[in-house]
Structure formats: structure tokens, C-alpha cells
Design a protein around this ligand. Structure first.
Ligand SMILES: [Zn+2]
Ligand SMILES: [Zn+2]
Length: 344
């Protein structure tokens, strides 16, 4: 018998979080009540932490256990898994092709406009739940979301255009950059050279430990760094910084037929048809989150590479310290990859 009430963190703005008591909801038709176990912090939570989240309790990178189910809901009580962000419609032309990240009529985003995984108990429609194998730790199940999902999707976007990728360059060695690094290795080939740069030296040791070829932009130029690792021009560049200058520098060093994939949101990109794009036939692609159905293959990768991938989660906080966890995550000299906030 579960409790009737729970304590939930209220994000009131100015980087302040306090707790209030709320009633635990009851699942309706096709709904699951998830007991959240963990949620990873994300750069896109910045607005909720600093400006408040009056609409809902945040947490869009959550995993937990099904504790109750509504009528006709699929999956069984006791199953653990991750919750996909977009409550997609199933019907639009994007969803019909399985491209749920491009749904034209999505109902909501869990953790952005309906309650997410910082609630100890929250409701989801069954089709956004992805169950994981017994062997997958429930905290690691969160890796299926922005880390592996977003990272893997960007790699696959590049593969649509380029059929013989021999080297990759990643801009940014923060949480998303580390996901891109891991998924480039796991999607293309473990021994594929993956260069990874950052202006923050403190981020590079973990990237190197995970098999990346580090380029410290606080000490050398991008060209110098690439050359130092014995690579001439990478075939693919994936940008996690959202910075115009980083994107332009990456475009400039791409090989012929090179592909730039833009994952980080933020600034733009200026380029010339000649010489940047036309003659070398380069491509620039956007990439946004990932499709629900990509989780199946990523789940196999997670099962087989759990130790490697879980290195990306560098810190863990209890839910009562969620404010502290964000202060750590958003501090300018943060040493964190992904931070997990766990329920008791
Ligand atoms: Zn996220
Ligand atoms: Zn749709």
C-alpha cells in the first residue's frame, strides 16, 4: 500500500527550491503511475531553476518503477524503465514514420509542462515508458534519454549523408558532448578516432578516459589539436556548444563530403556557398532529441556497455539536496558530467 501524499520540490525561481506536500495521483486509462528513482540534470533545466517552474514539477530525464496502472495500460507493475520526453500523438505524418521527435501534435513534454521525475510519483501515458532489462541499474536507465538517445540520434543523422565515416570531431566535452563521444564510438566503431574539444580544461580528462582524443582550446587552436592527433580533416563534426564560432571552426576543418551536425541550441552559423559548402559538398544537419523507437537498439548498447556509459554520471545527490545539485551543475567551474538526483 503506497502512501497518499508525497513531498515534491517546488522550483520557485532565483535558484531556490522548497518542498510541499502533494497528493499522489491515480492513473487513468492507459496511464502508469511511476515511482521515480532517478533523474539526470540537464542544461535545458536552466530556465526552470533560475526563473521557476510554476506549471509543473520538473524532471525530464527520469527513470523509475511502475507501481500502479490504469485500465488497458500496457506493461506490468514492478517493471523499471525510462520515460520518453515527448507525449507524441501516434497519428501525424512524422509519428506514422516512427519519427516521434518530430511529432506535429504532441500533447505535452514530461517535466516541462506536466509533472516529471522530481516528483516521487508521477503519471505517464504507457507509450512513453520504455522498460529495461533486470541487469540495467535503474539510475543507468536514465542514460537512455538525453545521453544515449540524443547522442545516438546525432550520429545516425550524420550516417544518413556519409557512408564511410573515418573520424569524428565533437565540439564541447560537457554532458551532451560526452554522450556524443560515447555514442559515436558505439554507433560507428569503438576504435574510430573521435576528437573532442573544450575551452574548459577540467572537462577533458573524463573525455579522454572514455576514449576521446582531447583538444584543449584554452591552450591550442582547433587545427593544432587535430594535427597533433594525426588527423587531417574529420568527416563529421557534431556541435554540442551552440556557439557560432565553434560551429564555423568545425565547418572549416571538415573533409570533403564532411557533415556538420548541430545538437546544441543557441547561436547561429554563417557560411559562404564558396568555399565552405559547394565545392567540397559538405552538409549541415540539425538534430533534435531522438525517436522513441531508437531506445530499443540503445538499450542493447546499454546492457553491453553499462560500465563504460555510466562514467558519464559523475555525481549523485539525494532529492532533498536538489537545489545544491543544480548549484553544482551550473557553477562556472563545474567538474560534473551528468548529475543524478535520486529519490530515497
Ligand atoms: Zn535533458
Ligand atoms: Zn505525432
Amino acid at each position: 500500500m503506497k502512501n497518499e501524499f508525497m513531498n515534491v520540490p517546488i522550483f520557485s525561481g532565483d535558484g531556490k527550491v522548497h518542498f510541499e506536500e502533494r497528493k499522489i495521483p491515480t492513473p487513468g486509462d492507459n496511464q502508469l503511475l511511476i515511482q521515480a528513482k532517478a533523474n539526470l540534470l540537464c542544461g535545458s533545466d536552466r530556465n526552470q531553476f533560475y526563473n521557476g517552474s510554476p506549471q509543473c514539477i520538473p524532471g525530464h530525464e527520469g527513470a523509475g518503477v511502475i507501481v500502479e496502472k490504469g485500465k488497458n495500460a500496457k506493461f506490468e507493475i514492478g517493471m523499471k524503465g525510462a520515460v520518453y520526453l515527448y507525449d507524441y500523438c501516434h497519428k501525424c505524418r512524422s509519428c506514422q514514420l516512427g519519427l516521434t521527435n518530430q511529432c506535429l501534435h504532441k500533447n505535452c513534454d514530461y517535466g516541462f509542462n506536466v509533472d516529471g521525475a522530481f516528483c516521487e510519483y508521477y503519471l505517464v501515458n504507457d507509450y512513453v515508458f520504455f522498460p529495461v532489462d533486470e541487469s540495467v541499474d535503474v539510475i543507468n536507465a536514465t542514460l537512455l534519454l538525453d545521453v544515449m538517445g540524443t547522442g545516438g540520434h546525432a550520429s545516425k543523422r550524420a550516417q544518413l549523408i556519409h557512408k564511410d565515416i573515418q573520424s569524428v570531431l565533437i565540439n564541447g566535452a560537457g554532458p551532451i558532448g560526452l554522450g556524443l563521444l560515447a555514442m559515436s564510438k558505439l554507433t560507428f566503431a569503438k576504435d574510430l578516432p573521435v576528437l573532442i574539444n573544450d575551452v574548459k580544461s577540467s572537462r577533458l580528462p573524463l573525455a579522454e578516459k572514455m576514449g576521446g582524443l582531447p583538444i584543449d582550446l584554452s591552450k591550442q587552436s582547433l587545427e593544432e589539436g587535430i594535427e597533433q592527433h594525426g588527423i587531417k580533416n574529420p568527416d563529421v563534426a557534431i556541435d554540442a556548444t551552440g556557439k557560432a564560432i565553434a560551429r564555423k571552426n568545425a565547418l572549416n576543418v571538415l573533409a570533403k563530403r564532411g557533415v556538420l551536425v548541430m545538437v546544441g541550441n543557441g547561436e547561429g552559423l554563417e557560411f559562404e556557398q564558396y568555399p565552405d559548402m559547394g565545392a567540397p559538398e559538405r552538409s549541415i544537419l540539425g538534430s533534435e532529441y531522438f525517436s522513441y523507437n531508437e531506445m530499443e537498439a540503445n538499450h542493447e548498447l546499454l546492457k553491453n556497455n553499462q560500465e563504460y556509459l555510466s562514467q558519464i554520471i559523475t555525481h549523485e545527490y539525494k532529492i532533498k539536496d536538489v537545489q545544491k545539485s543544480y548549484e553544482h551543475f551550473f557553477s562556472p567551474d563545474s567538474d560534473a558530467g551528468k548529475i543524478a538526483v535520486v529519490h530515497n
